[in-house]
Design a protein around this ligand. Structure first.
Ligand code: 13P
Length: 321
């Protein structure tokens, strides 16, 4: 069924670009919902031993840049949003409507999923209502593993009834994200197996990765831990958080050992900030109408497109759409 929608969506996108959308007016309603969930694309990535980047969006510029990169690279795409970024944008509904409208307006033909990054139980319910096609319930901060297990099971039931994919987490990811400090522990393979048995679609597991820029003395990913987790969960796609700054050879080895989704947030923030800084430091905002926000934001937006494509190349998702 998803394939049917995808095919209709592709036809719709092709027809729209040909400016004859009127002829398929009857099917417009069916295909206007153009986001897909992330289960299918990650299953394919797991089987094909390549990785899909899941890129965090912060606003309209970010969204359009990431979509452009995916379309140019012909890569399936997961755009994700944290609760903090959603709040900045005016809420989950604003984010969902923006991403959907951007997909439609640009006529993107690659599959795009909109995923909640590190959600609480309540965030997941809100996103399911708001039109996200995928959610992460991060129960790794709950008081006990049993609470994580119980709440993950509930979210799986509610989300799957609506065709929405679910990511769960075992073992904290280090570093700070949205003000939450993770412990960076290594996930227990037995706990991963128990969460996998709930029917989650993909699983985040701590293997020494941390959010944000890695410290000089970082020990690297634990491939022994990753291999043991993969052994325990079978063909369930695994998620590597903290994708920024992990050496490419380690990322690629992790992919070969069963990581299928790589989360990237800080990396795109860094390239955006660097390009914007260069523009301002060159005094370009002071030349003519250089202060126009479209001019100020353009270098950063272009930097996001270029870096996202580079990462897609490294993860192996180019031409996999
Ligand atoms: P980075 O900010 O380190 O890229 O991590 C992103 C992430 O894991 C989002 O969940």
């Amino acid at each position: 069924c998803l394939d049917d929608i995808r095919e209709q969506t592709n036809v719709y996108a092709r027809v729209r670009r040909g400016k004859i959308s009127g002829v398929i007016g009857a099917t417009l309603q069916e295909v206007s919902f153009m986001l897909v969930n992330a289960a299918d694309m990650l299953k394919k990535a797991e089987a094909g031993k390549y990785g899909l980047g899941a890129f965090n969006t912060n606003n309209l510029e970010w969204t359009l840049a990431i979509l452009q990169a995916a379309e140019e690279a012909k890569s399936p795409l997961i755009i994700q949003c944290s609760a903090g970024a959603a709040k900045w944008m005016g809420g989950f509904k604003v984010c969902a409507d923006m991403v959907k409208a951007a997909v439609e307006a640009t006529g993107v033909t690659v599959p795009v999923a909109l995923h909640l990054d590190h959600g609480t139980y309540e965030n997941c319910l809100e996103c399911i209502e708001a039109g996200f096609t995928s959610v992460m319930y991060d129960g790794s901060h709950e008081e006990t593993f049993q609470i994580n297990l119980d709440r993950t099971a509930e979210i799986v039931k509610i989300a799957h009834e609506k065709g929405i994919s679910v990511e769960a987490e075992v073992g904290g990811i280090g570093g700070v994200e949205d003000g939450i400090v993770g412990q960076g522990e290594i996930a227990d393979p037995d706990q991963c197996k128990q969460i996998a048995a709930l029917g989650v679609d993909f699983l985040a597991c701590g293997i020494g990765n941390i959010h944000g820029v890695y410290p000089e003395d970082w020990a690297g990913l634990s491939f022994d831990a990753l291999a043991a987790i993969k052994e325990a969960v079978g063909d369930l796609p695994l998620v590597l958080h903290g994708g920024t700054g992990i050496p490419v050879d380690q990322i690629q080895k992790a992919i070969s050992l069963g990581v299928s989704k790589i989360n990237v947030n800080t990396d795109l923030q860094l390239v955006f900030a660097a390009a914007t800084r260069e523009y301002i430091e060159a005094g370009k905002d002071l030349e003519g109408k250089g202060f126009d926000p479209r001019k100020v934001l353009k270098p950063g937006r272009e930097a996001i497109v270029a870096r996202t494509k580079e990462l897609m190349e490294e993860f192996g998702s180019v031409n996999k759409a």
